[in-house]
Design a protein around this ligand. Structure first.
Ligand code: X5A
Ligand code: ZN
Length: 665
């Protein structure tokens, strides 16, 4: 089991044969640049290499008309003049004598990947292919696309593997109208696309790319369009789109497979997209998608025309597929007003079709207070650019490295019987005895030898995480000692290098009274008696009782605060009576890997061995189990969340919704 990379070098054999300034960006170097960087970063050798095969005529026929397939086949024998004439009949398309072969390989590559994932041979993977596919339609090429590889793969997964629910996430910066048309009346395929739209003034200039296109007939609500009406969207905007639109719907949909139309023209530097998201953003997006469908994620290259940005974004995606922690997102995570307006409009358009969007009354958009033009805070001075000199600082920063050990555990009893992932490190070394004793001294529960021994190992592990030796850890804590151990861990963390610590305390775990509320610690208590925002950095809320309530708590509160806080370390503590079932705890820990570069230390009571194993698995990069059927949040839970979001919105920009006054940073 692992991550597959599907490729065939023949796919570099199609290229533009005449002058065409629109099409020249779709070049063979796109594949070679991506592959070269995967090799340079040592990622290619960590993947299972699958060779692409050509899709059969029957497979192409799952989506395309026989006449269209036959026409594309005939291009193999056309001369340059005929190719150019045929190309001119479509919008932004070029044919080459190798187009048919390459496009069939592209489709076949994706089908190989889907077969390998659905038979359980591998966890996930990426197909590095060209030509791209998402613009192509039943009987038409469009936007460099000839055969719709992702659409064919979805249909194939339904027909050959009997799947009932497939999620397609199209993060390419163009609207994949081809995929939309193919599945617009099909409720078994949920199609999400964000795209540069500019109120219809951007290619492909379609009315049906707007947020109010939601699908037809039985498929209503299964087409989700998020139009970006300005260029310059960045990490915060993409993250907000995932937290507020895609992920709530995806969890409710509960897909069996996730296909990603992974175009990287949505990344910084791309001449088509003109957006600002940095390559690391794609690691976060991939990681977030990997909590769905048991981690069965197949990413498929679509666009992406800035070779350096493309290659780095591909590497980030593969790294996340491999389960590596995602590098922290640079910059202030503050969505712009235009992005928030787009997000609101798609939530409003989709609300009739999704329970999760009916849980809360959507805040009404007040047109008089929104500023349709102008970002509040451009990431780069001077606005969007694809100037290499300005970009290089963003594309060159390399102060992030993946720790040698991904996960370590501290056990209080021999753990041979536990079904931990095989390469989890058993932490045996301890911090210095005197240091451990000094930190333990104020706490009654930590004076015994056994507790001290555990604490010593835990402190060593904590230091290892902060020093970049270990990515994440889980420690079994003596029963009823969780709060004291957490207190010690916080003090140790602050006395070491940590600038900011996020503590997610589940169950009855009160914030230590003598901790300064100076912004270095963000304390989130889930399982408190009532919803209270004691301060900007001290929040408690009752444990939501349904899947829907829990998911909105994570997506609507925990992650926005966590990403906004940008902690050096996340401490997750499962305290007394936390009431959190294993799949919930696993999901929480999995998503909390994002905000702190994977640095998560989880504290679990020693008797909860199944929870310990569940957390070890997700922190190690495995997918969390499904939460079970979606149940709407209770009115009380919705109220609590709404109240807290309103209280905290002035300070936490990722909680903001469209149409409200923007505070100072
Ligand atoms: C796959 C893709 C873009 C076509 C742009 C035409 N196509 N102006 O990114
Ligand atoms: Zn594109």
């Amino acid at each position: 089991m692992g991550t597959a990379l599907v490729y065939h070098e023949d796919m570099t054999a199609t290229r533009l044969l005449w002058e065409d300034s629109e099409c020249e960006i779709e070049c063979p170097e796109r594949l070679t640049a991506a592959l070269a960087l995967l090799q340079q970063w040592g990622l290619e050798k960590r993947c299972l290499r699958l060779s692409a095969r050509e899709a059969s005529e029957a497979e192409l026929g799952l989506v395309h008309s026989p006449e269209y397939v036959a026409l594309v086949q005939r291009t193999q024998d056309m001369d340059k003049g005929e190719l150019q004439a045929l190309s001119g009949q479509y919008d932004a398309v070029y044919f080459h004598p190798n187009t048919f072969h390459c496009a069939r390989l592209a489709v076949g590559a994706v089908l190989q990947l889907v077969d390998a994932v659905l038979t359980g041979a591998i966890h996930n993977g990426l197909a590095l292919v060209r030509p791209p596919g998402h613009h192509s339609q039943r009987a038409a090429a469009s936007g460099f696309c000839v055969f719709n590889s992702v659409a064919i793969a979805a249909e194939y997964a339904k027909q050959k593997h009997g799947l009932h629910r497939i999620l397609i996430v199209d993060w390419d910066i163009h609207h994949g109208q081809g995929i939309q048309y193919i599945f617009e009346d099909d409720p078994s395929v949920l199609y999400f696309s964000w795209h540069r739209y500019e109120h219809g003034r951007f290619w492909p200039f379609l009315r049906e790319s707007d947020a109010d296109a939601v699908g037809q007939g039985l498929g209503r609500g299964f087409t989700v369009n998020l139009p970006w009406n300005q260029v310059g969207m960045g990490n915060a905007d993409y993250l907000a789109a995932f937290l507020n639109v895609l992920l709530p719907l995806a969890f409710e949909f509960d897909p069996e497979l996730v296909l990603v139309s992974a175009g990287f023209d949505s990344a910084i530097g791309d001449p088509e997209g003109q957006m600002q998201a940095t390559p690391e953003c794609f690691a976060h997006l991939t990681q977030l998608l990997s909590v769905l469908a048991g981690g069965r994620v197949c990413a498929v290259l679509e666009g992406g025309y800035h070779l350096e940005s493309l290659a780095q974004s591909v590497c980030m995606t593969v790294q996340a597929l491999l389960g590596d922690p995602a590098p922290p997102l640079p910059g202030l995570l503050m969505p712009c007003e235009s992005a928030l307006e787009s997000i609101q409009s798609v939530r409003a358009a989709q609300a009739p079709h999704w329970t999760c969007l009916q849980q809360d009354v959507p805040p009404t958009l007040n047109p008089s207070t929104c500023s349709p033009e102008g970002r509040s805070l451009p990431l780069l001075p001077g606005g969007p650019t694809h100037d290499a000199a300005v970009l290089s600082p963003l594309l060159d920063q390399k102060d992030w490295s993946t720790p040698p050990v991904r996960t370590a555990v501290v056990l209080t009893v021999p753990g041979a019987a536990l079904a931990l992932p095989s390469d989890v490190l058993h932490q045996e070394e301890s911090a210095l005895r005197e240091e451990t004793e000094a930190l333990a001294r104020p706490h009654e529960s930590l004076t015994q030898d056994k507790a001290l021994a555990t604490l010593g190992k835990l402190l060593f592990l904590l230091d290892g995480i902060l020093d970049g030796q270990v990515s994440s850890g889980i420690a079994a804590t003596p029963v009823l000692a969780a709060v004291d151990i957490l207190d010690v861990a916080i003090r140790r963390g602050l006395s070491r290098r940590a600038q900011r610590l996020l503590c997610v305390a589940l169950g009855q775990l009160d914030r230590p009274l003598d901790l300064a509320d100076d912004g270095r610690i963000l304390w989130l208590n889930i399982g408190g008696k009532e919803a209270t925002a004691w301060s900007t950095f001290h929040v408690s809320m009752p444990l939501p009782r349904t899947t829907g309530g829990f998911l909105s708590c994570i997506l609507g509160l925990v992650l926005p605060l966590a990403y906004g806080f940008q902690p050096d370390l996340v401490l997750v503590a499962l305290g007394p009576a936390h009431g959190l079932q294993d799949p919930y705890a696993a999901l929480l820990a999995a998503v909390l890997r994002g905000p702190a570069g994977g640095r998560v230390l989880a504290l679990v009571e020693e008797e909860s061995t199944s929870q310990l194993v569940a957390l070890a698995q997700v922190l190690h990069g495995e997918a969390p189990p499904s939460l079970g059927p979606f149940l709407m949040a209770s009115p009380e839970d919705s109220q609590s969340l709404k109240y807290l979001r309103a209280q905290l919105q002035p300070q936490w920009k990722l909680l903001q919704v469209a149409g409200e006054a923007r505070g100072e940073v």
